[in-house]
Design a protein around this ligand. Structure first.
Ligand SMILES: [Zn+2]
Length: 305
């Protein structure tokens, strides 16, 4: 049950995050709400957060193709920070951002989430740790532009999809051609998450919903965990979202189909992040914010439009 509450609170708190304390405003909150924080701004924000709040630490977790290390931000209310012990004794939520840096909504949303956890505005269930990769594709994040996401409604500028060596990292979890993928695999096994969220933005189809999601196919998770996800966790999440007037549906992947003929569910094989996570019994979610909605509404998260 703790996963349900954590996920529900994660999905719905974005809408209240805007009222966070002025003293620790994130770089995104300081801007015009149509700007995503740069790598440098975000990392220096976390350095300040780590200095001020003992439940937050920044860890280096191996190299990426950019030459810079992969970072993990850990929120552990018990201040244990020993990943091996945490993996054995606690529920762990792992959040990944900027695998596709043209889709940076998750960076600005989860920076606010970690801040709100640090200041105690959001409480996690007992024995729960939140781990967050602020930038998975660091090389792409540093390669900023304003034109590589055709028709996307903000932010003003953002990173590029390919990494420092122009690999699409969300196709590399099995091949591991990149240092990013090899460092991620080591990180993933050390952190050993129960629930994994990889934040994305959609690629063109138009519809009403701001917030859609790919949920890993429950059949991949084996009888007990798959049944739990399908029959308990998802219905509860949908019920809680509905209570708050938040409408959401699975990711729309049309490929010429009509609603009458039906849309096939996205098949996340292990070359993708959530498919990789499900190989190791982690429940995977890939939020897909709608690229044609404005950036502020997307960062706020699931809401009607
Ligand atoms: Zn993406």
């Amino acid at each position: 049950m703790r996963y349900i509450f954590l996920l529900v609170s994660f999905f719905v708190t974005f809408s209240t995050i805007a009222q966070s304390t002025k003293s620790f405003e994130t770089p995104y909150e300081k801007g015009n709400k149509n700007q995503t924080a740069t790598y440098q701004e975000t990392m220096s924000f976390f350095v300040d957060l780590e200095k001020k709040f003992p439940a937050i630490i920044i860890k280096e977790m191996g190299l990426t193709d950019s030459g810079l290390p992969l970072h993990l931000i850990l929120f552990d209310p018990d201040k244990m920070f020993d990943l091996e012990k945490i993996a054995k004794t606690k529920a762990v939520l792992l959040i990944n951002n900027n695998i596709h840096p043209g889709e940076p909504d998750g960076v600005d949303a989860s920076t606010q989430l970690l801040r709100d956890l640090a200041i105690g505005k959001i409480k996690v269930p007992k024995n729960t740790v939140v781990a967050m990769i602020p930038f998975y594709n660091i090389g792409g994040t540093l390669n900023r532009n304003s034109t590589s996401r055709a028709n996307q409604n903000g932010p003003e500028s953002y990173g590029f999809r390919g990494n420092a060596r122009h690999y699409d990292l969300n196709r590399d979890f099995i091949k591991s051609n990149t240092k990013n993928a090899r460092s991620f695999a080591a990180l993933f096994h050390e952190v050993n998450p129960d629930v994994f969220i990889d934040n994305h933005v959609s690629n063109g189809a138009d519809y009403q919903y701001t917030f859609t999601y790919i949920q890993t196919q429950y059949q991949k998770l084996g009888e007990k965990l798959g049944k739990f996800l399908n029959e308990e966790m998802m219905p509860e999440i949908r019920k809680q979202l509905k209570k708050q007037n938040i409408e959401t549906i699975p990711y729309v992947n049309v490929y010429g189909n009509t609603p009458e003929s039906g849309f096939a569910q996205f098949m996340d094989s292990p070359r993708y992040s959530t498919g990789y996570a499900s190989l190791f019994n982690a429940i995977g979610f890939m939020p897909e914010l709608h690229m044609l909605k404005n950036y502020e509404d997307r960062v706020k998260g699931p809401m009607n439009s």
